[in-house]
Design a protein around this ligand. Sequence first.
Ligand code: GLA
Length: 395
Amino acid sequence: MKTPTRICFLTLLLAILCHGYSSRAEAQSQLAATPPMGWNSWNHFADKVDDAGVRAAADAMVASGMKAAGYTYVNIDDTWEGTRDANGNIQTNKKFPDMKALADYVHAKGLKIGIYSSPGPKTCAGFEGSYQHEVQDANTYAAWGIDYLKYDLCSFTRTMREAHTSDNGHQLMLDAYTKMHNALVATGRPIVLSLCQYGWQDVWKWGPSVGGNLWRTTGDIEDNYERMANIGFGQLNLAKYAGPGHWNDPDMLEVGNGGMTADEYRTHMSLWAILAAPLLAGNDLTKMTPETIAMLTNRDVIAIDQNPAGHQGDRISALGMTEDWGRPLADGSWAVGIFNRKDAPAEGVLRFEALGLKGRVHVRDVWAAKDLGAMEHEYRAQIPAHAVILLRISK
Ligand code: GLA
């Protein structure tokens, strides 16, 4: 080939490669058009998660009706990792004899499978992280058939501290997330990227720029009302950062784990739906009461969470310990939760004009599955301790 021809050829090749990469990167950003729904092993099983447990979760997701309600991802959290082989390839530990076979099993049920790693040398539970093996690990995940990666900062904070100035540390973190994003995109397999760094350094402002489809906005949730409420009601002013393909993540669900009352779990589900939060069940799906299944699969609550307009909600008003949180929906209606955070019953009020709605509105009580008819000015009700009334309000 003559030199000019060769230059032309190389330019063309580069253009084709770049185009391929950017359309894959675009596909990546469109992966989570609505907040991801599924299950994650950590809240209930922690380090006890194993191959049989993940298969059982997938089976139960189908049998319980959760799959039909929209739950899709079966996510393995920390403690699946083994050591690296002589070529540096990550291997599973004894609990997961064959990750590819496990992914095939989950896929055969029409579900997707997720995995977990860290940009640091070690994960939060002290297992092998992806530090300096990002491309290799992304390729391994793609070869196994992984569809979702939770990438948890953990020991990378040490690398950041060693950068001496906080600005350098911050940049190192952005670079680390971008590196994994690029490596995932380069595999050609659509893999949702879930950032986990506990909401530090206003992650919602830069999460999309490093390829995050969702990012944790807080530290870890626990199965008690105080922690759940602190996290959920702490999500003020974050609405503008969420939207299709990129979501605020106030952490996984605790519904069904036993540490809260039914009212408190309904508060948890309602708040997460208004926040357009990922709905990742964190309980043992093989041992659910009918009440837990009913809560997790309530179609009207899920429809609020998954509303295609993708507008995250926010607090509309607060009166003492009762708070109204709401989000506008694609059809012009509103979903509003009137939450009583007190330890005793309290009266909750919603003034419709706070939603910009004048005149008569139609009100539906979502959890009661009951149309309350037409109303004017306001809705008022007695709300039990730690409970919610979730309304859908339309003109
Ligand atoms: C961190 C995360 C949790 C979980 C554990 C696993 O604490 O925030 O969600 O992934 O690590 O070790």
